[in-house]
Design a protein around this ligand. Structure first.
Ligand SMILES: [Zn+2]
Length: 285
């Protein structure tokens, strides 16, 4: 469906942020070969204040706290205020970082853990530039990312012990699982465009041949069975209360025939109920 402008801009913001975090996470995976623990995407609370952590890297004596940003374009600092060029003020990300690090310090004190925390504000988008920033700020720019990874990795005496693992588990247990759907826009089944979308680029698939669908937009090919199961998963995620029936799924997938849908449902799902009330559930559910 077409999203309202405010929802769309919030969606783009989330998606961009997520892409940035994934990119950083992959860099850690590729580069850091010394003993370490990584925790991503934590939502914690201290003094009745919630705070978010993009990434925590545990090394021997230090916890590195990373706030990841995927901003793009030219930015500048003027009197401690941050602007996107030409003149749009943005929230000072260093304040956010400082606030979260302070709260994490408080939380660790409460847990009687005395470990050094090093804070980093990391910009991962190669199209990002910041003017007028002091070199003493805890900022890592896209062009410095590889060197930062090398530097972390050069602490080759890093040893992870029981205490690190215990603390990591404590933080995981304290993680607040907020329902991620609380800011979903309103939608109904009838309102949504039906059809199978491409697993690679999300464009709607126009038709399929034999057992293969091919995206006209990007050329990606996928087996029809996979594509239908993927679409059913999306249907279930969007409509957790609706039953999976042959007719509903045929309408949902649109391009696949009744016969194909029936074959896929019968061989991949458990059938419940008889005749008009027949519906299917995922195997193992
Ligand atoms: Zn595609």
């Amino acid at each position: 469906m077409k999203l309202l402008e405010a929802d769309l801009s919030y969606f783009n913001y989330l998606e961009k942020g997520f892409a940035g975090e994934k990119k950083f996470d992959n860099m850690i995976k590729e580069h850091i070969s010394i003993e370490h623990i990584v925790l991503n995407d934590l939502l914690l609370e201290h003094n009745n204040t919630k705070f978010q952590i993009d990434s925590l890297l545990f090394l021997s004596n230090t916890i590195h706290f990373f706030e990841i940003k995927n901003n793009e374009g030219d930015y500048y600092i003027d009197n401690d205020l941050w602007y996107k060029s030409p003149k749009k003020e943005i929230k000072n990300p260093l304040h956010q970082l400082k606030r979260s690090t302070t709260l994490l310090r408080g939380l660790l004190q409460e847990l009687r853990i005395n470990t050094q925390i090093v804070e980093h504000l990391v910009f991962v988008n190669p199209e990002f530039h910041l003017y007028n920033a002091s070199m003493y700020l805890p900022i890592t720019y896209p062009t410095q990312l590889n060197r930062m990874m090398d530097k972390l990795n050069s602490l080759n005496n890093s040893k992870i012990n029981e205490n690190h693992i215990k603390l990591a588990n404590q933080l995981l247990n304290l993680h607040i699982k907020e329902p991620s759907y609380f800011r979903l826009p309103d939608y109904t089944f009838d309102q949504l465009t039906k059809g199978i979308t491409c697993a690679n680029c999300d464009a709607f698939i126009e038709r399929y041949q034999k057992t293969t669908i091919r995206c006209n937009h990007c050329g990606f090919k996928e087996n029809i069975t996979n594509a239908v199961i993927r679409s059913i998963d999306e249907f279930s995620l969007l409509f957790p209360d609706r039953k999976i029936t042959k007719n509903t799924i045929q309408e949902w997938c649109k391009i696949a025939s009744h016969k194909t849908i029936k074959r896929i449902l019968t061989s991949n799902y458990k059938q419940l109920g008889k005749s008009v009330s027949t519906h299917y559930v995922k195997q193992g559910n």
